[in-house]
Design a protein. Structure first.
Length: 417
C-alpha cells in the first residue's frame, strides 16, 4: 500500500499558558483560604463537643453480640468503644455502622444506637478506605499540578479523581510524582476531620472552583453539607473516612485518561487519575500480580499476538478482523444461530441507518442524541442505530398482526454504534 493511502495521526499541540509550578503558586492562596475557613467551622464543632461533655448526657450503644455500652452523647465515638474492647479491633477498624448507616470511627454518637465495626474485608470498609484514598490523591494533584478538583469516588477496586487542568495532560512519568505526593501524606498521618455547614458557608469556601460551585448550587438552599479535611486538602464530601492517612500502607497510581465534566462531551475536558491502596503491602503485591496476569490475557494483546484482530486510530473502537479472527468470528456466529433455532428466534437483517423520526419515537433522541452518530442528508437528519429493537418494531408494523403470531422473537446480527 502506498504512503498516500495511510493517514497520519495529527500532531498534538503543546499546551500553552502557565506551567504546573506556576499554577500551584496561583492556587496556593485558595488552598490556604479553605483551611482557614475550615478551622473556623471546626472551632464551632469542637465547642459543641465541649458543651456535650459538660452536659454529660448518657445514651446506650448496642453491639452485635447484644452487649450494651453506656456512652456520652455527642462525645464518645465508635473508635472509643473499639479501643475499650481491644487494641487490635481498633487498629483494624476502618468504618462504623451506626443504626445501619456508615459512620466515621471518629464521629460522636448522637443518641441511643446500634453499632457494628467494619474492617477492610467488608464492602463498607473497602469503599470507605478507597474513598479516603481518593482524597489523598486529590491532595497530591492539587499540590503537584494546581488543578481544580471535581469528584473523586471509590470504585469496585480502587478509586479515581477527576480534575481540571485546562489543555494540559498527564504523562506516564507523572505517576511516580503523584505516588510520592500521596506517600508523603500517608507518612504525615494526617487526621480526617469532619464539620457540618450550610450551603452558603460551603460556597464561601469554594468560590474559586466553578465545579464545586455548580455542585453546591444544585443543592437546596437549606441543605446540610459535610466537609472533610486532611492536611491542606479540604473537600465537599458525604463521608465517611478512615481516621487518618496513615491507614494507607501501600499506594499505587494506575493510569490517567481523559474524561468530561458531568460525562458530557460538550463540557470541560478533565483528567481522570486512577489509583489503588491497601492496608498491607502483601495485598498490593497480590493485586499487581493479578493485574499483570490479566494483561497477558487482554483481548487486545491476544488479538495482536495471534493475528486475530487489531484496532487502528482510523476507525477508533472498531476491530479489524484478520483471516484467523474472521474464522473465529464466523464460528461464533454459527453457534449463536444454533441458539436462535433452539430458543425459537427468527433471524432478520435490518438497516444500519434510520431517519431520526424513528429515534424520536423510540426515545433515543430525547435521552441519548448527544452520544449517537448523526448526519444530514437532503435536509433530513439520520442516525446510525445504537440498538436493533426500533428497527424490529418497524418490521412488526409492516402489516396487520394477529395474536396467533405471538410471541414474535426476532434476532439480528446488526452493527451497532
Amino acid at each position: 500500500m502506498g504512503d498516500a493511502a495511510v493517514a497520519k495521526k495529527p500532531e498534538e499541540k503543546k499546551p500553552e499558558g502557565p506551567s504546573f509550578q506556576e499554577l500551584v503558586l496561583q492556587k496556593t492562596p485558595y488552598y490556604n483560604k479553605r483551611v482557614e475557613i475550615f478551622c473556623q467551622y471546626r472551632k464551632r464543632h469542637d465547642d459543641a463537643i465541649e458543651a456535650a461533655r459538660a452536659a454529660d448526657v448518657k445514651c446506650k450503644v448496642v453491639l452485635p453480640d447484644g452487649a450494651v455500652k453506656e456512652v456520652v452523647k455527642g462525645v464518645t465515638t465508635p473508635l472509643d468503644i473499639a479501643m475499650g474492647i481491644s487494641k487490635k479491633l481498633a487498629q483494624n477498624a476502618i468504618v462504623a455502622k451506626v443504626d445501619g448507616e456508615v459512620w466515621d470511627m471518629f464521629r460522636p454518637f448522637e443518641g441511643d444506637s446500634s453499632l457494628a465495626i467494619c474492617d477492610f474485608n467488608t464492602e463498607e470498609g473497602k469503599e470507605t478506605y478507597w474513598h479516603s484514598s481518593a482524597h489523598v490523591l486529590g491532595q497530591a494533584l492539587e499540590l503537584e499540578y494546581g488543578v481544580d478538583l471535581t469528584i473523586g469516588p471509590a470504585i469496585e477496586e480502587g478509586f479515581y479523581y477527576d480534575c481540571f487542568m485546562g489543555d494540559k495532560t498527564l504523562a506516564e512519568s507523572d505517576k511516580d510524582k503523584i505516588k510520592k505526593r500521596m506517600e508523603q501524606a500517608v507518612k504525615e498521618k494526617q487526621s480526617f476531620e469532619r464539620v457540618v455547614v450550610s450551603r452558603e458557608e460551603a460556597l464561601s469556601m469554594f468560590l474559586e472552583n466553578k465545579f464545586k460551585v455548580e455542585l453546591l448550587s444544585n443543592l437546596p438552599a437549606d441543605a446540610v453539607i459535610s466537609l472533610y479535611r486532611n492536611g491542606p486538602m479540604v473537600d465537599l464530601c458525604h463521608g465517611p473516612h478512615v481516621p487518618n492517612t496513615g491507614y494507607l500502607k501501600a499506594v499505587a497510581v494506575n493510569q490517567s485518561s481523559r474524561a468530561y465534566w458531568r460525562a458530557d462531551v460538550k463540557k470541560d475536558h478533565l483528567m481522570r487519575v486512577y489509583g489503588i491502596t491497601f492496608p498491607e503491602p502483601k495485598l498490593m503485591k497480590e493485586y499487581q500480580h493479578r493485574i499483570e496476569e490479566a494483561k497477558k490475557r487482554d483481548h487486545r494483546t491476544v488479538g495482536l499476538n495471534q493475528e486475530l484482530f487489531f484496532f487502528h486510530h482510523l476507525s477508533p473502537g472498531s476491530a479489524f478482523f484478520l483471516p484467523h479472527g474472521a474464522r473465529v468470528y464466523n464460528t461464533l456466529m454459527e453457534y449463536i444461530r444454533e441458539k436462535y433455532w433452539e430458543f425459537e428466534y427468527d433471524e432478520v437483517i435490518s438497516p444500519n441507518i434510520y431517519n431520526f423520526d424513528l429515534w424520536k419515537t423510540s426515545g433515543h433522541a430525547d435521552h441519548y442524541k448527544d452520544n449517537m452518530f448523526s448526519f444530514e442528508i437532503d435536509n433530513q437528519e439520520f442516525g446510525l442505530k445504537p440498538m436493533n429493537c426500533p428497527g424490529h418494531c418497524v418490521m412488526f408494523a409492516m402489516r396487520k398482526r394477529s395474536f396467533r403470531e405471538l410471541p414474535l422473537r426476532l434476532a439480528d446480527f446488526g452493527v451497532l454504534h
